[in-house]
Write a protein that binds this ligand. Structure first.
Ligand SMILES: NC(=O)c1ccc[n+]([C@@H]2O[C@H](COP(=O)([O-])OP(=O)(O)OC[C@H]3O[C@@H](n4cnc5c(N)ncnc54)[C@H](O)[C@@H]3O)[C@@H](O)[C@H]2O)c1
Length: 324
């Protein structure tokens, strides 16, 4: 769990100045959640976003999730008053000791944003991008001191979910990857290190693989959107919250564990692999999926569903039986 216990300030690497100020570049869904997370860990947070009303939305988000963060336990000195907002990107990043970038997932915009951030930041400040799918090699071209740019990909919502995927690009210093791993870990995150870059990193590729088949099953009329979702939440999803897809199969092998599973039970899975779908998201299929999700939501607002998710996540993350 992203338990809030480590005292700020933390350093990003031995010998580096302690991190006191974190800059949040892009304060939409993910940036706001990161801002709340870093505030709860006792940092000064400076956020920047050019969108009209961004500051109000950010502060409203932090206010909404603060009680949950209080439940988890705030680092001494943590305060919402330590959030500063500026529309001026250079002003936001100039004094930062660590920068978390959360701009739109558009390659050209992301590159331009990282170039502007790296030009204005101190030359040694680590810049972690939340990008869901771009590789750092694709992003860091043209950056000032690209060796301090790294992927730090969270899972939504970062103020609660522990996962951060860390990987550098071709120009990234291995020491920066180490430092980012250490920094996130010191804050209670479950950081995983990718040994090489792949589009979508690890977790989103897993999510994409499952969603592809879920869409295929709806498209083929095998089950409704609601029932496909229930096939995850009432079944494997409940187990996956506790143990990952490999460890859980160790139990599927009974007393013989994974060894027995591999030798006697993996066959059907590989047969199903060959039958998995590769749907095309046609306009008609998109509309069916949207209609199916709205029916499943049953009139509950995004805010109500988010609150329901966060309350449940809190319980799951506090479960002592959870692995990792
Ligand atoms: N939504 C998710 O579930 C999720 C999960 C993990 C990572 N991410 C990644 O996080 C990043 C942000 O995604 P999001 O879902 O928060 O999107 P979002 O649209 O909610 O937020 C993006 C924000 O960036 C701002 N922005 C645009 N230009 C900017 C600039 N020049 N400087 C600063 N801010 C600027 C926009 O005004 C907007 O508020 C993306 O890279 C995305 O892939 C998203």
């Amino acid at each position: 769990m992203s338990s809030i216990s480590s005292p700020a300030p933390a350093s990003v690497s031995p010998g580096a100045p302690p991190v006191r100020t974190v800059a949040i570049v892009g304060a939409g869904l993910i940036g706001s959640s990161w801002a709340a997370f870093f505030l709860a860990h006792g940092f000064d947070v400076v956020a920047t976003d050019p969108a009209p009303g961004a500051e109000e939305r950010l502060r409203a988000f932090v206010d909404r999730v603060w009680p949950t963060l209080e439940t988890l336990g705030l680092t001494p000195g943590a305060s919402r008053d330590r959030l500063r907002f500026t529309a001026d990107l250079a002003d936001a990043v100039r004094g930062a000791d660590f920068i978390q970038e959360n701009g739109p997932e558009v390659l050209a915009a992301k590159r331009a944003l990282l170039q502007a951030v790296t030009a204005a930041a101190r030359p040694d400040t680590i810049i972690a991008s939340s990008t869901s799918g771009f590789t750092m090699s694709a992003l860091q071209e043209g950056c000032t001191h690209p060796e301090r740019c790294v992927i730090g990909h969270p899972f939504n919502p970062p103020h609660l979910l522990p996962l951060v995927e860390v990987v550098g690009g071709q120009a990234t210093s291995p020491a920066v990857v180490d430092a980012a791993m250490a920094f996130y870990t010191s804050l209670g995150k479950r950081a995983i290190r990718l040994h090489r870059e792949v589009p979508g990193h690890v977790a989103n590729r897993l999510q994409a693989a499952l969603w592809r088949e879920a869409v295929h099953l709806v498209a083929e009329g095998v089950a409704s959107v609601t029932d496909v979702d229930a096939a995850v939440t009432a079944g494997p999803g409940a187990r996956w919250a506790l143990m990952g897809p490999h460890l859980i199969l160790h139990l599927g092998g009974g007393a013989g564990g994974m060894h027995h599973f591999m030798h006697h039970l993996s066959g059907p899975f590989t047969t199903w692999w060959k039958d998995l779908g590769n749907p095309e998201l046609t306009p008609e299929l998109r509309e069916r999926l949207i209609a199916g999700v709205l029916e499943e939501a049953g009139g509950r607002s995004i805010e109500a569903l988010s609150a329901q998710r966060d309350a449940g996540l809190l319980a799951v993350l506090r479960c002592p039986q959870r692995e990792a």
